[in-house]
Design a protein around this ligand. Structure first.
Ligand SMILES: CC(C)(COP(=O)(O)OP(=O)(O)OC[C@H]1O[C@@H](n2cnc3c(N)ncnc32)[C@H](O)[C@@H]1OP(=O)(O)O)[C@@H](O)C(=O)NCCC(=O)NCCS
Length: 177
């Protein structure tokens, strides 16, 4: 299913993935305002304010979904939980990224959400190769990617992280369709 701006709405057993809108800002800010989320991601500051949330929604609404597809992870009962996205960075292959609010960690939700986006990217978008990466001190994210069929390329690059205020070593992975 597509929304009015031709962005997908994806359903899994427990979750719905859809583009976030202005009505989601407060919930997103509450979930993402966490130093341990900022530390493990590249582009999320801490503290994360309402202004950051509004700027993020404006960016989502202006984005070309062929290049940047951030989707809200929404639980059927618990509501918004986090975000998963497919992004074109400088590299040739689109990259998958995700975060969840702390109260939802350890329950398989990141894997379930990212799996739906991987399937959409390969089956509906025809991407034969997807990339991702995780900071070397974030094995939980590496495990999520392994469960999705990503393999380590052996490449380790430095990537900036707002949450660390410095670059961190990033282990790159790819998934072949
Ligand atoms: C990383 C993150 C998305 C994982 O979400 P989640 O819903 O808990 O992930 P899942 O439950 O689907 O899977 C986590 C896996 O990592 C494993 N794991 C957790 N902590 C681990 C650790 N310290 N070392 C190794 N594996 C670990 C879990 O056991 C599980 O694997 P299993 O199913 O084989 O048991 C979540 O912790 C998060 O949002 N962290 C902050 C932001 C972030 O790191 N984003 C990713 C940036 S690359």
């Amino acid at each position: 299913m597509l929304d009015r701006q031709q962005r997908p709405i994806l359903a899994t057993e427990r979750l719905r993935l859809r583009a976030p809108d202005a009505g989601d800002v407060e919930a997103l800010v509450r979930l993402v305002n966490d130093p341990d989320i900022a530390r493990m991601t590249t582009g999320i500051p801490y503290p994360y304010t309402l202004d950051h949330g509004c700027a993020f929604i404006a960016m989502v609404e202006a984005a070309d979904p062929a290049h940047d597809l951030p989707l809200l992870i929404e639980h059927q009962r618990y509501g918004p939980m986090g975000m998963v996205g497919l992004h074109r960075r400088a590299r040739a292959w689109p990259e998958i990224g995700y975060w969840l609010g702390r109260e939802f960690w350890g329950l398989g939700f990141a894997t379930e959400a990212a799996k739906a986006l991987v399937e959409f990217a390969t089956q509906s978008r025809g991407h034969r190769v997807l990339a991702s990466g995780h900071f070397a001190d974030n094995p939980a994210s590496g495990r999520v990617l392994e469960k999705l069929g990503f393999l380590y390329t052996g490449e380790v690059i430095a990537r900036a992280s707002y949450g660390r205020d410095e670059a961190a070593l990033t282990r790159m992975m790819v998934r072949l369709a």
